[in-house]
Design a protein around this ligand. Structure first.
Ligand code: ATP
Ligand code: MG
Length: 581
């Protein structure tokens, strides 16, 4: 590809709303353009990168025995009503009506559509297992589209769905997808971790997320620091090991104290001179229409996902100030577990035997002290409600956990019977008995991967892409001016490189060297080759690895072998096996 023909409008300045480096660089390097909030156009460079990622995903899905299909993006409401998700999915589901007034949505995911296909076509155990996948545009009306390609409303996803005869088969399908994902993210040169995850609104029994490790990630991962333990989980899910307060310490009688204007844990702690760990934090929620109080220690964070799971709830909302007033008889900041008018009282395990605690008194500007959870709090359930913190113990091996940030690029779920039961996807087994298919579903954020790769690899000059993602593996810069000999030789080299299987961006523009170097660095191709008049005279071409900055001169005579060795070094710098090996 000749640079002078390439449509890659670079920008000096990043868009004003770009917060993260991948968004800034993708716009500046001319990979993408925003059409409107969370909706992007892929320019030639961006689309080439997207297709490279999709290509590797397809290869590994095919290798794992999955077959590619393409499902419609527009989906009828009836299917979503069958599974109950028409109501449950919330506002991320973009709904609309056609001219006959029938209801539709744009597919944010395709469990309903694929299950509908399979239930009509697959009848016998002989047709199972079956794994179908697609690479397709998804639409989710995200509440806060941001970070460029990271959280879009319209984005490209690879989604696969497996159908098995039984649990064991479904487990094998899950394992095979898990392994395929590991190969995919390795081949894409990403530093990643597979973590245990909550199964969220897709539902199902167990799941793992594949996280690219980056400080800008929106997810938090709790991972065991022991070398021999592999435990890692999304913070939403990471189990807290409960170190219970010792029983029987006892404390004086519960009594009320004035805490004027002290609503927050910090204010109460300062006012009464107690550590935050001796305060019971009481949070009020509207859970599926019921009044719920959730209690955690003052120095802990309540985990809403855990609360939702503990109550088997669908909709968890923080109570409004009016609800707080109604249930506690006090303004926000003074609720406590004694004498609270709620339907459900649930507390974190850690509070089980706690004594000598401070809590809200359910009246303005007052708290109670000497609270003994076992003695004073009636009708309370205990559950794992708090988020783990750095230094907490690993639930597997009791070594300390550490917290890091991650970007979710893939998610594998074992769905079990959730969709096949709701939509009656059944088959006849060997004995002619009707049985329900056991399903799994597996997503990869194809467009998000490009952003995550850049979050992990960039410098002040621009982005750096691994050879397996970069739109062109090499940029060949001819410093020719009007020197026809240099241009001609450079052209020959482009052909030679293409013959070796590389995509090459040939910068033959009549531009100053500085401009060409800047563009090459900004666009991030992993290999840069520079041929100038002097080099040609000396019979050498300069080669640079964009990732490490290493430069070497390669001989023009015997270029093929020298280049192959250099290229292998570049791939190694990305932790990749060289192509063709
Ligand atoms: P998130 O928690 O980040 O919203 P999710 O759990 O909703 O993700 P899935 O439903 O599992 O995501 O979708 C599969 C994959 O699609 C995700 O792992 C992620 O890589 C990608 N993805 C999800 N939402 C978006 C989005 N809004 N923009 C870009 N990619 C996305
Ligand atoms: Mg989401």
């Amino acid at each position: 590809m000749r640079f002078s023909r390439l449509y890659a409008p670079t920008l000096k300045e990043a868009p004003r709303d770009a917060e993260v480096v991948s968004h800034k660089l993708l716009a500046r390097a001319g990979y993408v353009r925003q059409l409107t909030s969370g909706i992007y156009t892929f320019l030639p460079l961006g689309l080439r990168a997207l297709n490279k990622v999709a290509g590797i995903v397809r290869e590994e899905m095919n290798r794992a025995g999955a077959q590619e299909v393409l499902l419609p993006m527009v989906q009828p409401a009836e299917l979503w009503k069958e599974t109950g998700r028409w109501e449950f999915y919330g506002k991320e589901l973009l709904r609309f009506r056609d001219r006959k007034d029938s209801e539709f949505c744009l597919g944010p995911t395709h469990e309903e559509v694929i299950t509908d296909l399979v239930r009509h076509e697959v009848r016998s155990y002989r047709q199972l297992p079956l794994n179908l996948y697609q690479v397709q545009t998804k639409f989710r009306d995200e509440i806060r589209p941001r970070f460029g390609l990271m959280r879009c409303r319209e984005f490209t996803m690879k989604d696969a769905y497996s159908f098995d005869r039984d649990e064991a088969g479904a487990d094998a399908s899950y394992r095979s997808m898990y392994d395929a994902y590991t190969r995919i993210f390795r081949r894409l040169g990403l530093r990643f971790k597979a973590v245990e995850a909550d199964s969220g609104s897709i539902g199902g029994s167990f799941s793992h997320e594949f996280m690219v490790l980056a400080d800008t990630g929106e997810d938090t991962i709790a991972a065991c620091t022991s070398e021999s333990c592999e435990y890692a989980a999304n913070l939403e899910k990471a189990e807290a090991v409960c170190v219970m307060a010792e029983c029987g310490e006892g404390c004086g009688a519960l009594s009320r104290v004035a805490t004027p204007g002290a609503h927050t844990v910090e204010e109460v702690a300062a006012c009464l001179g107690v550590p935050a760990s001796k305060i019971v934090k009481t949070l009020l929620f509207d859970v599926d229409g019921k009044a719920v109080a959730a209690l955690v220690r003052g120095d802990r964070e309540l985990n809403e996902i855990k609360l939702k799971n503990a109550l088997a709830a669908t909709d968890v909302r923080l109570a409004t100030p009016e609800q707080v007033q109604q249930w506690s008889g006090a303004p926000v900041g003074f609720a406590g577990p004694v004498g609270l008018a709620v339907d459900v009282l649930v507390a974190d395990h850690e509070l089980c035997n706690a004594t000598g605690m401070v809590a809200g008194a359910n009246e303005a500007d007052a708290h109670v002290v000497n609270l003994d959870m076992a003695r004073d709090v009636k009708a309370v359930r205990f559950a794992d409600l708090r988020s783990v913190a750095s230094g907490d113990l690993c639930p597997r091996c009791r070594t300390a956990l550490t917290l890091t940030k991650g970007i979710e690029v893939g998610h594998v779920f074992k769905l079990g019977l959730k969709y096949s039961e709701a939509m009656k996807a059944a088959f006849l087994d060997e004995d002619g008995k009707e049985r329900t298919m056991v399903m799994g579903c597996y997503g990869i954020g194809v467009s998000r991967i490009i952003a995550s790769a850049i979050e992990q690899n960039h410098d002040a000059d621009g982005l750096m892409l691994p050879p397996t993602i970069a739109p062109f593996e090499a940029a060949l810069i001819a410093l020719a001016g009007k020197d026809a000999a240099v241009l001609a030789r450079a052209e020959d080299m482009v052909r030679e490189l293409e013959g070796m299987g590389l995509d090459v961006l040939f910068d033959e523009r009549d531009e100053r060297p500085g401009v060409k170097f800047k563009d090459a660095d900004l666009m991030g191709m992993p290999i840069q080759l520079v041929l100038g008049g002097k080099g040609l005279e000396r019979g050498v071409i300069e080669a640079k690895c964009r990732k490490t900055g290493t430069r070497t001169e390669l001989p023009l005579d015997g270029f093929g072998d020298a280049f192959a060795a250099f290229r292998a070094g570049v791939w190694r710098a990305w932790g990749l096996e060289s192509p063709g090996r």
